[in-house]
Design a protein around this ligand. Sequence first.
Ligand SMILES: N[C@@H](CCC[C@H](N)C(=O)O)C(=O)O
Length: 283
Amino acid sequence: MSAPDYPFLKGHGTENDFVLLPDHDGALHGDVDPERVRALCDRRAGIGGDGILRVIRTAAIEAGNGQDAEWFMDYWNSDGSLSEMCGNGIRVFGRHLALEGLVDPTQPVPVATRDGVKALTFAGGAADGEITVDMGAPRVLEDTKVGVSVDGDDRSWPAVHVDMGNPHAVAFIDDLTEAGPLLVAPTHDPAVYPHGVNVEFVVRRGARHVAMRVHERGSGETRSCGTGACAVMVAAALADDAPRDTDYRVDLPGGTLTIRWTHDDRILMSGPAVIVANGTTRL
Ligand SMILES: N[C@@H](CCC[C@H](N)C(=O)O)C(=O)O
């Protein structure tokens, strides 16, 4: 008997790339488990991606319990671990729902996640324009420290601890190359981050304009991280004593995101989201 063919799509948001698994009622794909996630995300033996977005109805997944949204973003990192939230992923997820006619892009679209419901607003139609996500309120916690080792030289920096539903450590540095190749996770205080942390390295580019690199928990260095860009904006706005409702431009290796911290303490993240392929997989 041949292996079943499962439907998948591939998409990205500022080159943070994902394999989408449409599994609307939780019955089509069988188990989505860490081993399968790693196989699908493998860039040589699989389809390749920084993570998996299972597209499932909130009613069909326990993590969706009590959330008021039809669709649940079941996000997995490429190493098979779960995360509470993915800022680029949720825009790609929304683009897919809109393209398939599963939601109405002329209205705000609620999407349930492990960090609660987020609302998506589409600037263009289903297929075009940026998508803005209301990411909710950031939590700024006590400062901490991160470090890397570059050619045997140990470097460390103070870091701002920002929780965007998932954990972040934001370090301001002088030059983005200072952080080295980021092939392994930067050192951090395990007492502060018992479940690991996403680490952002940031430089100033101008007024309300920064650039960053990120080492993501569970995925390694990626071309972009939406929650990371939000954490960076919060750290920069605090350092600048910026008034609320000011837009920051955040440049990442894979593109640009615009982030606003509103007067009512919400973070709005705007950026592109693209579906590039669909097909079937035996994985
Ligand atoms: N790339 C994502 C964040 C994905 C989750 C992260 N690696 C974690 O483990 O918290 C984004 O765009 O926010």
